[in-house]
Design a protein around this ligand. Sequence first.
Ligand code: ADP
Ligand code: SF4
Length: 670
Amino acid sequence: MPRDPRFDILFEPVAIGPVTAPNRFYQVPHATGMGYRRPNTLAAMRGVKAEGGWGTVCTGYCSIHPSSDDEPYPTDSLWDDDDVSALAMMVDQVHEHGALAGVELWHGGAGAQNLYSREPHIGPSSVPTGVYAPVQTKIMDKRDIRDLKRWYREAAIRGKRAGFDIIYVYATHWYLMPQFLTRSNQRTDEYGGSLENRARLLKELIIETKEAVGDTCAVAVRFNASMEGSDPDHDTAEPREMIEHLGELPDLWDITALDYAHEMGTSRFVPEAALEEMMSWVKSVTTKPVVSVGRFTSPETMLRLVRQGVVDLVGAARPSIADPFLPRKIDEGRDDEIRECIGCNICYTGDQTGTPIRCTQNPTMGEEWRKGWHPERIPAKRSDSSVLIVGGGPAGLEAAVALGKRGYDVTLAEARRELGGRVTLESELPGLREWNRVLDWRLNQISKLPNVEYYLESVVDREQILEFAADRVVVATGATWRRDGTGRWHDEEIPGWQKPSVLSPDDVLRGVVPDGPVVVYDDDHYYMGGVIAEKLRGDGLDVTLVTPANELSTWTQNTEEQYSIQRRILTLGIHVKTGTALSEIESGGVIAECIYTDREEEIPASAVVLVTSREPNDDLYTSFRDEIDIERIGDCLAPGTIATAVYSGHRYAREMDEDTSAGVPFLRER
Ligand code: ADP
Ligand code: SF4
């Protein structure tokens, strides 16, 4: 199908200094958990995005010097000439598809780790580094400033040699540059004090980089349009003055937010186009092209922002992760097929754990090189086997789509009246509406696959499986929240768990609302405990959230939303008890105990929701295990995240009729 002519404007080339982006789709720098440790993995992943139509594809943060080392988070690096060839692989794969390649040159200052390099941190003033690290920065003297400029220049030249078209000066996210630019800079020389002085180093770096590579490369500056404090007018005043001051120096302004949790907040807290209001003035103070992000998945939003002159280039990290082929789909009039990002930030957990990026919506993300998986292509079937999938949650749905695309005849049976499994239920919880996109995309794909059929309100049991006589049976029946409190802290049942006042998250998801004060006990530590507390508070209940961890939803540090969750819970007036476990459930409440002192207290409640762990629904699988060709996938195999379930379903489909006997199921970087 030809593209809708309304979207033509998105496919116009944009001049960026000496280079020209072939269209307005711009993958802004984003971390990948790959970096210099996994250059093949990285190159293939970025190449696929260029193939999918992103006219510009950037690296993640690329360290320019050992004094800016971020281990255990793997950054890209251009420390010396030996780093050039690794990044050149990425550039080549991006160029192969006609896209521009950009490199985000990064110095973290106090925000780096330097655990690997053991170099002192540097900064304008001596301040504490990292997150509660017992280390302070070395105050940069004039020689250090000269060194920094030299490192930038040398890294820019290496970037040019690697073939990059766009070289960044990275000036936001609380790394070294904002440490100079903001009022936290305590210097009294020409690099501190007045706005002009604080902006001096950035100005010099832009000039330095332009002199070094500006003949053939564009120089971009990544900057924040607001200080994001409590006073919006004041907060944009300084960034505005700075952009006015530097406005025409760079070739491109990449505008974002100072705080990651705002720039890339989860959909639970931050909607699409969230930066628009904060940055819509930028184009009025510079003639240079402007790019900005906002988890744009809707072509209509992209169109509006370009038409209204808010941006020249549509920036994206997560939308390009969830769907590397988003631009091509718009170009080919297939925008209904865009696999929309759900804003869960599982992608960010890769970086946070030092492992390759993964995505809930796109199970091929990070597997392009090591498994040879492509987001849009899948090998044809190798047999005429028919497949029965039991369960239509994320795992079963993904398996159905991927098997269907391979050409297998697939029948999916779902017990409930609607598909989607946990996603359908959980997306009713506060802030999780967009998670339903996991179902939406797969349902749309199934509607285009004549070889995939599904049946609702079909509880499959042993007899039906035998009767159906499919060649292969896949059990995707999910998992059930435990009622007995067994989890991380408690390796056995919590006394009193059989009381009728005890509920599980499944009860709440099915609409049960207690009729009095409730204790939510979170020994799961991801989103569920917090979101159930929020839901029940919204139902008008007095809620106490108890967790053995020292902060709420602690694993969500990895999704960059822990702070937002705790703030919301406290703001809603939910009582919070951290570092506290349940020692017993009584008729009128619970006995809670401090995990450090064993001191006990009684919390009155008419109901207790135990959010601890889940049991796989694997009866069907175990009853057949040795009789027929049967496999389990998703939460039925091992309860986990939605991303894990989707990956599991996809993997099953990819591996069907393939030789999987190799010991290590993926290539490794050596
Ligand atoms: P996953 O995340 O692994 O996909 P979910 O719990 O989201 O797991 O989905 C499992 C789905 O399987 C649910 O929609 C549930 O209704 C369905 N299901 C469970 N048991 C059966 C069964 N015996 N027959 C058909 N569907 C089932
Ligand atoms: Fe979007 Fe979640 Fe995928 Fe990240 S992991 S790109 S937030 S769907």
